[in-house]
Design a protein around this ligand. Structure first.
Ligand code: PEP
Ligand code: MG
Length: 881
């Protein structure tokens, strides 16, 4: 038996199903599913994505038996509709639309009204008793077919249409009558001729040209770009399907119309049907943002029965798919048709609210809810808003629709390519367009925010911006964009290219000038609830990297379960400390150095008390000094004098010390445990500060602390042995003297490849491990952490590396060291706690790996703690599978 390439659907029976997205595409699979559910879907058939793959694998040719299968499906379609393709009396008209397994809105081709020619148009006019409608459909088809299948510039047709309107002295398309449209059809045919193309009167040829065009659009520039931006890898999808569906018309009169609706508000997530409707119009009018539609509720006034039917279908579809649906519908002569349903794109805020609400409504379970939300969604809801004070004083110059929430500020650019370029130069850009089209996606992605003068909440700009999570204001109708002069006007305000504006996608306000954006603080409502579910699921602990009580407090509020890394040297850089640190560095004798350290001790002790107090009862890992000492000394001539005075030596002496400390490669130099091996006094002071703080807190405030003292940059067990001995002697003496029962741990960073490889030995001394994946990445790749900017961007561009390994863990290399280190460490010491405190601790893709590698916790910056919580829960679920 030959392979099945074509799937038919009509009259409550379909050959496909919702779970066949891979081969039918999202649109085709859902059309089939809805047909099976008995929802009013116009009949049609889907050519599978496997044909698309075949087409590209075989030099743009089709499987041999495809034609026969299409012919059969067409025949069935003609039977169920009682119409025939090309029949002058009862012509069948179809739409030919793309649809991949992953929705790529507007990126590929669509042709409507296929089947019209000089003869069938007459039949259509008779059949509908509406000549104007028939010729309007014909000229639209000529336009779409010419543009899509034959590559004739869209603008040419637009020009001809404008000319007709001008000659007649009218403004709107609907003011052209049947004769005007007939004339326009002839104008359009002339355009074909001018471009050396012929419009096929043969409707069967039209059909195959349209199929070719849709498969061809899979590889067009904007579709490829869209897949790049959305990280859809080559080979992940088979291709696009082609859906051939009987046309229904929303533009046959006032008892017709078309719209898009969401079962819940896609901006806020509220459980209120939401959408837009345009009377007497075809779907393309809405999506292109040419006419601005009215809110869905208006439909209730126009036709209450249809409105109620739509609402009940929306509810059914949402219950069936157990997710918020984005539905396209058309009303033809008072009859409702559903043309598409899919899981609706939504803002981050809505994604979280909907997931949580669906759990409360009993439609999904908590794990499903956690998996539905992207870690970035959680990050985004904690993200930019305008500075309250600045926004109060800012001038609102226009207001549009709040299409995608968040605040953005940047310089105005009117061209998507230019916006991309400026973004590459490091500029913050706001892309301002009359309306956006799929060609603009690159520029939209590069922009901080998007502003359009036209279009509604379901216009291209709105849908794409929401998907990207970019702030956007659309349909700001007071704005007049002049793309030639590179400026826009609102009343008498003129904003030129390169000038600053700010937009608020939550309110729709457009402001003149730059406004600082700030991150909102705190977790509440649905996000907080979702995160508690994530906490129930996840295996990995989540700690934070924090050096001061302020950061520790934010992190605790965000749910951190301890501090995984306190970089003590950050305390040394404080204004009141740095002179003392410098005196310690320039000391000529041990005594001098100890005197300087003695001055630092009480200050450090207070710092640690602050941290311990904030983290009350939770583990706190404190790392001994890490960076090379010359980082604390001045290198500029003009600072030398001041510092020399500060520390009581001559400028010459200071210069000579700076020279002595100079290193060719400080990243691989005298830092980490190497410093405390040379100057054990530093370790002594820091240990005294840590243990002293814990003792005092216990005595004074009855707070229990279990300090974890961490030794950085260990590569050999003997390094750890040496420093650990210093630490233990100091700590034990203090504890003994205090008479208090205090436990503490001494552990190490694993951030040198040798440490990972010999982790079984190192675990004999270390009571815990924390992977320093920043240094571990640096040393595994041999890339200097501070200099990668010179070549890494090109590595990524040229595909040499898929991810920046300093942002997202290199699974195959660095990751293997992490895995080996963990296994070896735990083999020696069963209860060894293993964490990670490099930047990767807050990166969802890296967290997935750490979970699989058997780490106990991740530690990340305070604002990433919520992201890490959700990512860790997702990792548990994924790795379980
Ligand atoms: C690391 O190397 O990953 C680390 C956490 O330490 P630092 O970034 O301070 O070198
Ligand atoms: Mg390090």
């Amino acid at each position: 038996m030959s392979k099945k390439w074509v799937y038919f659907f009509a009259n409550k029976q379909a050959e496909g199903r919702a779970d066949m997205k891979d081969i039918l595409g999202g649109k085709g699979a859902n059309l089939a599913e809805m047909t099976n559910l008995g929802i009013p879907v116009p009949p049609g058939f889907t050519i599978s994505t496997e044909v698309c793959k075949y087409y590209y694998d075989h030099g743009k040719t089709y499987p041999e038996d495809l034609k026969q299968q299409v012919d059969e499906a067409l025949k069935r379609l003609e039977e169920v509709t009682g119409k025939r393709l090309g029949d002058p009396e009862r012509p069948l008209l179809v739409s030919v639309r793309s649809g991949a397994a992953v929705s790529m809105p507007g990126m590929m081709d669509t042709i409507l009204n296929l089947g019209l020619n000089d003869e069938t148009v007459v039949g259509l006019a008779k059949l509908t008793n509406n000549e104007r409608f028939a010729y309007d459909a014909y000229r639209r088809f000529l336009q779409m077919f010419g543009d899509t299948a034959l590559g004739i510039p869209h603008a040419e047709f637009e020009k001809a249409l404008e000319k007709r309107k001008e000659e007649k002295g009218v403004k709107l398309d609907v003011e052209l009558d049947a004769d005007d449209l007939k004339a326009l059809v002839e104008d359009y045919k002339e355009i074909y001729k001018k471009h050396g193309k012929e419009f096929p009167q043969d409707t069967y040829k039209q059909l195959w040209a349209a199929i070719d065009a849709v498969f061809g659009s899979w590889m067009n520039e904007r579709a490829i770009k869209y897949r790049q931006i959305n990280n859809i890898k080559e080979g992940e999808l088979l291709g696009t399907a082609v859906n051939i569906v009987t046309m229904v018309f929303g533009n046959m009169g006032d008892d017709c119309g078309t719209g898009v609706c969401f079962t819940r508000n896609p901006n806020t997530g509220e459980k209120i049907p939401y959408g837009e409707f345009l009377q007497n119009a075809q779907g393309e009018d809405v999506v292109a943002g040419i006419r601005t539609p009215v809110p869905l509720e208006e439909l209730k006034k126009i036709n209450e029965a249809v409105y109620n039917e739509l609402l009940s279908i929306m509810e059914r579809l949402e219950k069936h798919y157990r997710d918020m649906q984005d539905i396209e519908f058309t009303i033809e002569k008072g009859k409702l048709y559903i043309l598409q349903t899919r899981n609706g794109k939504r803002t981050s805020q809505a994604a979280i609210k909907i997931a949580v609400d669906l759990v409360h409504e009993g439609l999904i379970d908590k794990e499903t809810a956690v998996m539905r939300v992207k870690p970035e969604d959680v990050e985004r809801v904690l993200h930019p808003k305008f500075d309250d004070e600045e926004v109060k004083n800012a001038k609102v110059i226009a207001k549009g629709l709040p299409a995608s929430p968040g605040a953005a500020t940047g310089k105005v650019y009117f061209d998507a390519k230019k916006a991309e370029e400026m973004h590459k130069n490091g500029e913050a850009v706001i892309l301002v367009r009359p309306e956006t089209s799929p060609e603009d996606v690159g520029g939209m992605n590069a922009a901080e925010g998007i502003l359009t003068a036209r279009g509604g909440m379901t216009s291209h700009a709105a849908v794409v911006a929401r998907g990207m999570g970019k702030p956007a204001v659309v349909g700001a109708e007071e704005i007049v964009v002049d793309e030639e002069k590179l400026e826009f006007k609102v009343g008498d305000v003129v904003v030129k290219e390169g000038e600053w504006i700010s937009i608020d996608g939550t309110t729709g306000n457009v402001y003149l000038g730059k406004i600082t954006t700030v991150k909102p603080q705190g977790l509440e409502g649905e996000v907080a609830e979702l995160l508690t579910w994530a906490d129930e699921i996840r295996r990995l602990g989540v700690r934070t990297n924090a050096d001061v009580p302020r950061d520790a407090k934010v992190a605790r509020e965000f749910g951190a379960e301890g501090i995984g890394l306190c970089r003590t040297e950050h305390m040394f850089f404080e204004k009141d400390r740095i002179p003392k640190v410098r005196r310690m560095i320039v000391a000529k004798t041990k005594e001098q150095r100890e005197a300087a350290l003695a001055e630092l001790l009480p200050l450090q002790k207070e710092d640690f008390k602050g941290l311990f107090r904030t983290m009350k009862g939770l583990p706190v890992t404190i790392r001994l000094i890490d960076p090379p000492l010359h980082e604390f000394l001045p290198h500029e001539e003009d600072q030398m004098k001041e510092v020399a005075e500060q520390v009581g030596i001559t400028v010459e002496e200071l210069k000579s010390i700076v020279e002595q400390l100079h290193e060719l490669n400080p990243m691989l130099g005298h830092r980490g445990c190497r410093l405390t091996i040379t100057y054990p006094e530093i370790a002594v002071m820091q240990t005294k500060a840590i243990i002293g703080a814990a003792i005092e807190l216990k005595k004074e405030e009855n707070i229990d602390v279990i300090p974890e003292i961490m030794i950085p940059l260990v590569g050999h067990i003997n390094e750890l042995k040496y420093v650990k001995k210093v630490v233990k002697e100091t700590a034990d003496a203090l504890i003994k003297e205090s008479g208090i029962d205090l436990t503490y741990k001494v552990g190490t960073m694993i951030e040198i490849p040798r440490a990972a490889v010999t982790a079984d030995q190192i675990a004999q001394e270390a009571e815990f491990f924390s992977f320093g994946t920043n240094d571990l990445t640096q040393m595994t790749f041999g890339f200097s952490r501070d200099d990668v900017g010179k070549f890494l961007p090109e590595y990524l561009e040229k595909g040499i590396l898929e991810h920046d390994p300093f942002k997202s863990l290199d699974w195959e290399g660095v990751g293997q060291l992490v895995k080996m280190g963990t296994e070896k460490g735990k083999a020696t010491r069963k209860d060894l706690k293993v964490g990670v405190c490099g930047e990767h601790g807050g990166d969802p893709r890296s967290i997935l790996f750490f979970d699989a590698a058997g780490l106990d916790y991740v530690s990340c910056s305070p604002y990433r703690v919520p992201v890490a919580r959700i990512a860790a829960a997702q990792a548990t679920i994924k790795n379980r599978k």
